[in-house]
Design a protein around this ligand. Structure first.
Ligand code: PMP
Length: 407
């Protein structure tokens, strides 16, 4: 809750509460964030965000993932502007559709083809539907607690969802081979797909990288049963490896869902798939009024080119390691016990003995006052626009936060 009086942010929230249920839908509702966090932003540039009250922050959420080159990146923006001048929403796609599809098929080793949508949920839902169409089976295995989108088959909330919407889902625990085997057995001969995320990135708990044994096991189960291995790379895609996040393990999925970072903030999602699922993808009627929009595709071609040019995964890893080491040092100096988990490029910082994230909230509220926009429970995101100097600003702000927690 924002307690600042006479702020532009407070005034906007008051107006919004009257005309928007709950003030704002979904994950960006700032009522769930620590005290003082703004809801409304005036602008973003590089790794900085400025809120409607003129406060500026080094941004470690990057719009919760879409921003990978930096806010308003000149290369992505120029491509979007040029395409805007020619047309965006037409009776069919622009030539850039083919450029983008060729770019992804060349970049992503498992991809023989791709289709596009707008949001990550379009892509994950598309993968599940294509897997069912391609196998003629119904059961889909998903990890307990994993987030794959906000429609009835996968939404974390139960409001408005019926048991039938999820009738053919079976659950396993991430990184637990035995729980995969039990769920596969329960699926009998009806297993269409196993859905995995790039790593275990559930909110509020330590993140877990996939073990090699787990990744190879789900691959071999899919091979032996004829089910599709679906990698939900919506959140991590292009941050860990440009060919898909499980390239780092040498395990290739049959279908992948991408979105978030693909167009540096322009709304785009992609499903990529192997040859054996091409016919199924042809049969499924996938579409949306805006799914052929050319501007986001032009931004994506430019973004992917830039990510390759700068070797984005290496840049993000370097920045992430600097942040991780700096946080560890400062926390130790202030005698505060933290856990840092997940990939360095997508940092998660939690406090020990903090089951209700109270320390996390106090830490973030103080860091915000000193110019760093962090998250107390969710994994964060670095961008290629962050510099070592920006990471040092974050570390100074974090140090203030650690002082408050350590008191
Ligand atoms: N899968 C994962 C792993 C995600 O993190 C998200 C979004 N947070 C989604 C799917 C859904 O994407 P969107 O919100 O764009 O529909």
């Amino acid at each position: 809750m924002d307690t600042r009086v006479n702020s532009a942010d407070t005034a906007l929230r008051e107006r919004a509460r009257r005309v928007i249920p709950g003030g704002l839908w979904g994950h960006m509702n700032a009522d769930r964030l620590p005290e003082g966090y703004p809801q409304y932003f005036a602008r973003g540039e590089g790794c900085r965000l400025t809120d409607v009250d003129g406060r500026s922050f080094v941004d470690l959420m990057c719009a919760w993932g879409p921003i990978i080159l930096g806010h308003c990146h000149p290369v992505a923006e120029a491509a979007a502007r040029e395409q805007t001048a020619r047309g965006d929403c037409m009776n069919g796609p622009g030539p850039v559709l083919v450029d983008l599809a060729e770019t992804l098929v060349a970049m992503i080793p498992h991809a023989a083809w791709c289709q596009f949508g707008k949001n990550g949920t379009d892509a994950t839902t598309g993968c599940v539907t294509i897997a069912r169409a391609g196998t003629g089976r119904r059961k889909v295995l998903v990890a307990r607690g994993a987030y794959h989108g906000a429609v009835p088959w996968c939404s974390p909330s139960v409001a408005g969802v019926t048991a039938e919407d999820r009738a053919h889902l079976l659950h396993f625990n991430y990184n637990d081979v035995d729980s995969i085997d039990a769920a596969v057995e329960a699926a009998g001969g009806d297993l269409a797909a196993i859905v995995v995320s790039a790593f275990r990135h559930d909110m509020g708990v330590a993140q877990e990288m996939p073990s090699l044994a787990f990744a190879w096991h789900v691959r071999s189960v899919c091979d032996s049963t004829g089910a599709a291995l679906i990698l939900d790379d919506v959140r991590a895609g292009f941050r860990l490896h440009l060919g898909g996040s499980w390239e780092t393990l040498g395990v290739r999925p049959d279908l992948s869902a991408f979105s978030k970072a693909i167009g540096n903030g322009y709304a785009l999602a992609a499903v990529t798939g192997r040859e054996w699922l091409r016919d199924a993808a042809t049969q499924v009627f996938s579409t949306g009024s805006f799914w052929c929009g050319a501007v986001a595709m032009a931004a994506a071609v430019a973004t992917l080119g830039e990510l390759r040019r700068v070797d984005a995964p290496a840049v993000l890893l370097g920045l992430g390691e600097r942040l991780r080491e700096g946080l560890a040092e400062r926390a130790a100096f202030r005698r505060v016990r933290i856990s840092q988990s997940g990939p360095a490029a997508m940092p998660t910082v939690l406090f020990e003995d903090d089951p209700e994230w109270k320390k996390g909230y106090a830490f973030c509220a103080e860091a915000l006052r000193h110019g760093a926009y962090l998250h107390p429970k969710h994994n964060m995101f670095l961008s290629c626009a962050h510099t070592e100097a920006d990471i040092d600003v974050v570390l100074e702000a974090a140090d203030r936060g650690f002082q408050v927690v350590g008191r």
